[in-house]
Design a protein around this ligand. Structure first.
Ligand SMILES: [Zn+2]
Ligand SMILES: [Zn+2]
Length: 305
């Protein structure tokens, strides 16, 4: 649904009794009236870097990222064996929609942003300044969320003698993002030949034939520059802080097997040149913002970067 022109009566699908009044985004300057449809339902300000969910709700990117960050739990949920990870693009945010609570992804909507920029030039500028000066929302946008399925498939191979039944099992780890993962270290029971299996590329699977069930230990190692946001994470042997997440799975020999689902958070660390560049840009933005307070006709930040 595209934004409506301000003059028309706005039709709203959801009634949100508490927020029918117009919001003043820039109380210090000349006030622009903002249409209810152009206000973020989380921060109640003009939408800034709007992202749209698959369920067709729109909110600020930082608000969505923050929401995704606080709403996920790291507990494993047992799910059906046919449940599959949706493979996400690197810029997509996966979470439950804060408005309708369905599982969804959100993607940036550049058309909506340029429409907002045109329609509310003053309020948009104010939001821009505000967001470049807020150090904290930078943190929120650097968090990536991924879903990991861990489990096993199973098939019973019957012998003439019941006590000699064997199990054909395939253990797997299926993440929704594979671009963040350096390798999977999988540790089987030491009675297996080659119990330590390293997988650098998907599918991250191990298939064996065995007599009994046991617990498999896995380390998910992230690529350089990424770290797990989890108290269970550990440093990697080559010193990457919180680059390793240990997980475990006890083989399930009932029926076809089973799997669990985990929602995990990964932080992207800025380092080296990238961090230096960012610092420099930040400094320019600050100078610019300070200058603009003194002289409202001062140019755009785009002109100096
Ligand atoms: Zn917002
Ligand atoms: Zn929704």
């Amino acid at each position: 649904m595209m934004p409506k022109r301000k003059a028309s009566t706005s039709f709203r699908k959801e009634t949100d009794a508490g927020h029918n009044q117009k919001v003043e985004a820039t109380p210090a300057e000349e006030v622009e009236e903002i249409d209810q449809d152009d206000i973020c339902p989380i921060c109640h300000l003009l939408l800034y870097r709007p992202v749209r969910t698959r369920c067709n709700h729109t909110l600020c990117e930082a608000c969505m990222a923050h929401w995704a960050d606080v709403s996920i739990t790291s507990q494993m949920t047992t799910v059906g064996l046919d449940d599959q990870a949706v493979v996400l693009l690197p810029h997509e945010i996966e979470t439950r929609c804060p408005m309708c609570r369905t599982s969804t992804t959100a993607t940036f909507d550049p058309l909506r942003e340029s429409a907002l920029r045109r329609q509310y030039p003053k309020s948009f500028k104010a939001r821009e300044i505000e967001s470049t000066l807020a150090d904290e929302d930078d943190v929120a946008t650097k968090i990536e969320i991924l879903t990991v399925y861990i489990g096993n498939q199973h098939r019973l191979i019957r012998a003439y003698d019941e006590s000699n039944n064997r199990h054909d099992w395939t253990f797997f780890v299926r993440p929704s993002r594979t671009d963040l993962i350096e390798e999977m270290q999988i540790f089987l029971h030491p009675t297996f030949r080659n119990p330590r299996v390293i997988k650098q590329y998907p599918p991250y699977e191990v298939r064996r034939l065995g007599w009994g069930y046991f617990t498999i230990f896995v380390n998910i190692i992230l690529k350089a520059g990424y770290s797990w946001v989890s108290s269970e994470a550990e440093d990697t042997p080559d010193g990457a802080p919180k680059g390793k997440l240990p997980l475990e799975w006890t083989l399930d020999f009932n029926g076809r097997g089973s799997q669990g689902r985990l929602r995990l958070k990964v932080r992207k660390e800025k380092e080296g040149q990238e961090a230096e560049d960012e610092e420099e840009r930040e400094e320019v933005r600050r100078l610019w913002a300070r200058q603009r307070v003194a002289d409202p006709d001062w140019g755009d930040p785009e002109d100096v970067s």
